[in-house]
Design a binder for this molecule. Structure first.
Ligand SMILES: [Zn+2]
Length: 123
């Protein structure tokens, strides 16, 4: 993860945000925060892998138009956010599955060593 200290991103009162492969932060990083954001990083990679599979299918069926290619990758990365928002809305909770996984496991600094694929949706 590329760590980028700055005073602007994330906006508002947020202190840290992962926009893979970068971690933007306004306050000092501590191991638990780094672990939390690394879990988000792993989630991003999983979403991106879904996007790449969809992209491959699209190229195999329809060919490789550049705009559609970038659109699919952008949708895969932005899906990271709207999937969590939809999860919050359906379950009437403050945190979606992605954020819940991070908060439940951020104290376990070895979590990523044993984490399974798409663990956020497993129980
Ligand atoms: Zn988080």
């Amino acid at each position: 993860m590329i760590k980028i200290p700055n005073k602007l991103i994330p906006f508002g009162n947020y202190k840290y945000i992962t926009i893979w492969p970068c971690l933007f932060y306004k306050e000092p990083l501590v191991p638990i925060v780094i672990n939390h954001e690394n879990i988000h990083g792993r989630q991003y990679i999983e979403f991106l892998s879904i996007g790449l599979i969809l992209l491959l299918i699209k190229i195999l069926i329809f060919g490789s138009g550049l705009i559609n290619t970038w659109l699919i990758l952008a949708l895969a990365l932005s899906a990271f956010y709207w999937v969590d928002l939809i999860d919050c809305a359906f379950n009437k909770t403050d945190r979606g599955a992605l954020e819940r996984e991070c908060y439940e496991n951020e104290n376990n600094l070895n979590y990523l060593k044993t984490r399974k694929l798409f663990q956020m949706w497993r129980k």
